[in-house]
Every structure is written in structure tokens, then in C-alpha cells.
Design a protein around this ligand. Structure first.
Ligand code: GLN
Length: 224
């Protein structure tokens, strides 16, 4: 087995360089993805934040919407941050009229949920399976969505701890799909990316089905 998973970063909009750097620090070979052929070559994919309506339009323009939707449905591990979370969601509230998502994640997200007055929010958050002994993750929310409703098979990894959005779900995992409302790539803390790299590695080892067999049975999702 290759021990260095190849992880793509969708390079249509957003913090592409920062995600590439964090994935590389986390032990992956990170590559940018703009075409279907590049998509075929990756073991996992990061969907950066940005503007989900714009990324949706660009995905169609680059003829990536269909192929990517299909790969996700077939089990491609994907990590979506902020707008990336919206793209993974099966259902969107406050979306644009013609907004489509790639889907796969059984959640309802609310776009720009933190509201007009609180467009941005920062908080140190414990994230299940990610923080370990290293202390909470600095979560930076920028016109971020939250998860309004999560389906049964979705594991909640973090909720907002204080302020107007206290209790709202902001990190989830379902099978090999991971999503956060916040942007870990801009803080220099690569633990969320490491978590995703491990997830992809587990998947390559054929051990990526812990989540489906029963939540919590594995203790730390980072495994042994
Ligand atoms: N508000 C953006 C959207 O709807 C997401 C913001 C972000 O990714 N930082 O897509």
C-alpha cells in the first residue's frame, strides 16, 4: 500500500494554497483539482470555503458537478469547510433559488446562519476525535453555515460553545464525509487536516467502515 494518500483540493475558489499546505503537513500528497481527469487520480478531496453559489456555478462550468457528485456517491472521502460543507449537504436553507449541492451528507445546513450582525465568530472549540491532548481548535467562522438538522447516521463532532449561536452544530462526520462550518486552514493548526488524512489512509487500508459499523466503538476515530 502507498503510505502517502493523494488528496485533492478543489481549486476553483478559496484557500487552495492553505489547504494544500495543511494536507502536506498532515502527511498527504496534496494536488489541485480542476478537471475530471485530476479528480480520477485522488484518494480524497477537500472542498474549500468561498461562496457556495459561485463554486456551484464553477463546478458546472468546469463540467465537474456530475463526476464529483458521482464519486461522492461511490464513497470518495471528502472534507468540506464552510461553503464546502454547504456543497456536501443534502439540504440547504437560505440558499439561492437555483443553488444545487453535490450532496452525500444527510444534513440540513443553513447558509450564512450566524446572521447579519454576527457575520464572523471565533471560538476555541473541542472537536471530537481531533483535539486529543492538544487543546481546543481555534474555530474561525466567516459568513458560515451551521447544521440545522443532522440525520441519524451523522456524528456530531462539535457545537458552538457560547454566544448567539451556542449549541449549534458546526462539525460533523458521516462515513468518509467530514464537514466543518469553520476554516481550520487559516489558523496554522493542521489537526483537522491530519484527521482527514488519517480518515483517507484508513479508507485505503480498507478499514474505513468503522462509522457504519457502530459509532463510538472505535474510541478515537483516529484509530490505533
Ligand atoms: N456564505 C458562504 C456561502 O454561502 C460561505 C462562506 C465561507 O465559505 N466562508 O457559500
Amino acid at each position: 500500500m502507498r503510505d502517502e494518500p493523494v488528496i485533492g483540493v478543489l481549486a476553483l475558489q478559496g484557500d487552495v494554497r492553505e489547504h494544500v499546505a495543511a494536507l502536506t503537513a498532515g502527511g498527504a500528497r496534496a494536488v489541485t483539482v480542476r478537471r475530471e481527469g485530476e479528480l480520477d487520480a485522488v484518494d480524497g478531496l477537500v472542498l474549500p470555503g468561498g461562496e457556495s453559489t459561485t463554486i456551484d456555478r464553477l463546478l458546472r462550468a468546469f463540467e465537474l458537478h456530475g463526476p464529483l457528485r458521482e464519486r461522492i456517491a461511490q464513497g470518495l472521502p471528502v472534507y468540506g469547510s464552510c461553503a464546502g460543507m454547504i456543497l456536501l449537504a443534502d439540504r440547504v436553507l437560505d440558499g439561492a433559488a437555483d443553488q444545487r449541492t453535490l450532496g452525500g451528507l444527510d444534513v440540513t445546513v443553513r447558509r450564512n446562519a450566524f446572521g447579519r450582525q454576527v457575520q464572523s465568530w471565533e471560538e476555541d472549540l473541542p472537536v471530537e476525535g481531533v483535539t486529543g491532548d492538544g487543546g481546543p481548535v481555534r474555530a474561525v467562522f466567516i459568513r458560515a453555515p451551521w447544521v440545522e438538522e443532522a440525520g441519524e447516521g451523522v456524528r456530531v463532532l462539535a457545537r458552538v460553545g457560547s454566544g448567539p449561536a451556542a449549541g449549534r452544530i458546526v462539525a460533523v462526520r458521516s462515513g468518509d464525509l467530514l464537514a466543518t462550518s469553520f476554516h481550520p486552514e487559516i489558523t496554522g493548526d493542521d489537526r483537522v487536516h491530519r484527521y482527514f488524512v488519517e480518515l483517507v489512509r484508513d479508507r485505503l487500508r480498507g478499514r474505513g467502515h468503522e462509522e457504519r459499523r457502530g459509532l463510538g466503538s472505535a474510541g478515537s476515530p483516529r484509530g490505533s
